[in-house]
Design a protein around this ligand. Structure first.
Ligand code: MN
Length: 240
């Protein structure tokens, strides 16, 4: 997927309306780097990407039971919902009956954002911390002052998300800098033309079994399992 195609698909994160058309008409994705796995099967349906490591690979920071529940049940549910919404939007176009389009566009944005953000989430964690590239370091410094200042901001902003949602480090193309954002729920990502390069799931299902109400502890633990190879690669691709 090139940047323009990514920007189109990322419209799902915030503005579902045009995105439904894009999703239906994109067809089978091409090879090469992709921020998220948007692979379609023979039937043109989205598929749940396999977890790129074992369920217990992030222990003790994130427990095996949470990973199984999160990936196999919650993420799978988003994929199912995205396929259903895509089908329903298609049926509305075929029949000309758009009376429920608001509902299905919301479903498309909700499940599409869920599918894409979770796909990025699995990838931007890993059992190995990897290494921040020189480029990523420079962007973190120029955008936040230093890596430590970024970490402090990311932890505070992510922990402070009201209700369910995400903490997001994103590349702001027009300003050529990184920015930390909060997304309340995931269909309400406000700066959706930015390109996420690191995301942290703070829906309760991501941490409740192990951390209960202690979200800050979970976010701190999350920082221990970030795969900086993947984050660096995301940035390299985003700025191309
Ligand atoms: Mn989740």
């Amino acid at each position: 997927m090139n940047k323009r195609e990514f920007l189109k698909s990322s419209a799902l994160l915030g503005a579902g309306l045009a995105a439904g058309f894009t999703q239906i008409n994109r067809g089978v994705t091409t090879s090469g780097f992709k921020y998220v796995d948007t692979t379609l099967n023979q039937a043109g349906e989205y598929v749940l990407p396999a977890l790129p490591y074992a369920y217990n690979a992030l222990e003790p920071y994130i427990d095996e039971a949470t990973m199984k529940l999160h990936h196999d049940i919650h993420h799978a549910g988003y994929v199912k919902g995205l396929n259903n919404a895509t089908k329903k939007v298609g049926e509305a176009m075929d029949s000309g009956d758009f009376s429920l389009i608001k509902h299905w566009e919301r479903e498309l944005a909700f499940h599409g954002a869920g599918h894409f953000l979770h796909s990025l989430f699995w990838k931007n964690m890993g059992p190995s911390a990897g290494k921040r590239s020189q480029n990523l370091e420079q962007y973190l410094s120029k955008s936040f002052g230093s890596f430590d200042r970024f970490v402090a901001l990311f932890k505070q902003a992510t922990t402070a998300v009201e209700g369910s949602g995400w903490g997001i480090l994103a590349y702001q193309h027009e300003a050529d800098r990184l920015v930390v954002l909060q997304a309340e729920k995931h269909q309400n990502l406000t700066q959706w033309i930015t390109i996420p390069v690191l995301v942290c799931d703070v829906w309760e299902h991501a941490y409740y079994l192990k951390y209960q109400n202690k979200r800050a502890d979970y976010v701190t633990a999350f920082m221990q399992v970030v795969n900086w190879d993947a984050v660096s690669e995301n940035l390299d691709q985003a700025i191309k």
